[in-house]
Design a protein. Structure first.
Length: 176
């Protein structure tokens, strides 16, 4: 008989699976499925909310880091611009000072050349040409003695050049 009961239970299960369900059983089955589905949906919503919160925090942190880096770089840029401005100011001061010296020198040169041209030319040019003339004089006598005679022949040319202003400038160097 035990065999019959197992067969009957198996047969009953087979028939129950093949036969349509009662409406109450079907509703209960659907409610269970909906309940499980709702739980899964709530779990999914929680996960989505957590992911969104993490993404928001990451974006905020990234934004803060970018702002810090930009502020740091701008600070460095401001320091560098200040350095460049100081250099430009220094160069402008030097340029103005040089310009003032050149204008003053040009004004002195014009006033001296208009009043007494030979004095101004001998005062300025011997200072620059004296070392050249001395070097030439020391070299020439050491190699050739007639070179000194050539220098004396240039002296009369210097006297002729004294009457002319441009010539006076040229002759002032050999006379020194």
């Amino acid at each position: 008989m035990a065999k019959n009961q197992i067969s009957k239970n198996s047969l009953k299960k087979l028939l129950d699976s093949v036969t349509p369900m009662a409406p109450d059983a079907a509703e209960k089955f659907v409610r269970d499925l909906l309940k499980v589905g709702d739980e899964r949906r709530r779990d999914a919503e929680k996960v989505v909310a957590e992911v969104a919160a993490v993404a928001r925090r990451s974006a905020e942190q990234f934004s803060v880091n970018v702002q810090k880096e930009v502020a740091k770089q701008l600070g460095r840029l401001v320091v560098r611009i200040d350095q460049v401005e100081k250099q430009v100011e220094t160069l402008n001061k030097n340029l103005e000072a040089t310009r003032a010296l050149l204008v003053a020198a040009a004004a002195k040169g014009l006033s001296k050349t208009s009043g007494s041209a030979p004095v101004a030319s001998t005062a300025k040019k011997p200072a620059t040409k004296k070392p050249v003339a001395k070097k030439a004089a020391t070299k020439k006598p050491a190699t050739k003695k007639p070179v000194a005679k050539k220098a004396t022949t240039k002296k009369p040319a210097a006297k002729k050049a004294v009457t002319k202003k441009p010539a006076a400038k040229k002759s002032s160097a050999p006379t020194s």
